[in-house]
Design a binder for this molecule. Structure first.
Ligand code: PDD
Length: 277
């Protein structure tokens, strides 16, 4: 199994880092997760662009140009035999250096990327999921896909311990996003979601949803909604690279709409499926 690093391709077991690595010690880095359907990357441009935006926001230099990144990621896929459904994980850190908070001088960034088989969670997509709400305690720069995922990890674990698939986060009463997904509410045929400000990660699937809504003339309204608005929702759903489009049937003890996956959610699932395959 070959991986891509800043030094080129190598075997997975050849990769090792000094224990003084800034990703390990400070979470000082950014990452991406990209889906592979039938041997092809999905939304590759969007993910590569976001990687560069995230890196720039925290002043980490990407060791490759965008063009090189595209070439190397394609090569990585060709060099590995993956099942039809797979995913790529890529992370980029500020590098290895003696532990000290400020940026180290003359140190180059560390990058690795690997591809791995990954099955689609068809059951959750078909049946829908339960969620819980939780206060969003994250920092103000959530648009950066940073390695600092502790609040997200704690939120997901909280959801799991409450028999739910996802935690819906809220700040000042407004739903921001999920612990690892974007969240949408449908009412009177319109799709509402938090605007792509610094408070959320602008999802690549979110961009696709926006495009699909436009095509089908479904109003896509980038306006935050309140936790209380959930009782008046006709439908809700969550999106992410790994989960795709999940109907949300329950939020805490409240049933969403009639408790079944909604019509617009189903339509978007159908359109997304067509786009990805
Ligand atoms: N998570 N918001 C957060 C906080 C996320 O972590 C993710 C994705 C999203 C959705 O983004 P996208 O549509 O680009 O996947 C929104 C990835 C998949 C993860 O951490 O595994």
């Amino acid at each position: 199994d070959l991986i891509l690093t800043e030094k080129g391709f190598m075997q997975q077991n050849e990769l090792s880092y000094p224990f003084e690595e800034r990703g390990l010690q400070f979470g000082d880095g950014v990452y991406e997760v990209i889906r592979i359907y039938q041997g092809n990357y999905h939304l590759l441009n969007e993910h590569v662009d976001r990687l560069f935006r995230s890196a720039e926001a925290i002043k980490i230099e990407v060791p490759f140009s965008k063009t090189e990144m595209h070439e190397y990621l394609s090569e990585l896929l060709e060099k590995n035999s993956v099942a039809k459904d797979a995913k790529l994980y890529l992370q980029l850190t500020r590098g290895s250096a003696p532990r000290s908070h400020e940026f180290p001088l003359n140190v180059s960034s560390n990058l690795y990327a690997y591809v791995k088989d990954f099955e689609r969670d068809l059951e959750s997509m078909r049946e829908g999921v339960a969620t819980v709400t939780l206060e969003d305690i994250r920092w103000e720069w959530c648009y950066i896909k940073s390695l600092n995922l502790l609040p997200n990890v704690l939120a997901k674990q909280h959801a799991k311990e409450h028999g739910a698939k996802e935690a819906i986060l809220y700040k000042e009463g407004m739903v921001t996003e999920g612990s690892s997904s974007n969240i949408y509410l449908v009412r009177d045929g319109k799709v509402y979601t938090h605007p792509a400000t610094k408070r959320i990660l602008g999802g690549c699937v979110r961009m696709k949803i926006q495009e699909l809504c436009k095509e089908k003339e479904i109003p896509f309204i980038e306006e935050a909604f309140q936790v209380e608005d959930i009782s008046y929702a006709d439908e809700m759903f969550a999106t992410s690279t790994t989960a795709e489009i999940l109907p949300i049937l329950k939020v805490d003890t409240v049933s969403v709409g009639d408790g079944e996956p909604g019509k617009i959610t189903r339509e978007l699932q159908r359109l997304y499926e067509k786009d990805a395959h």
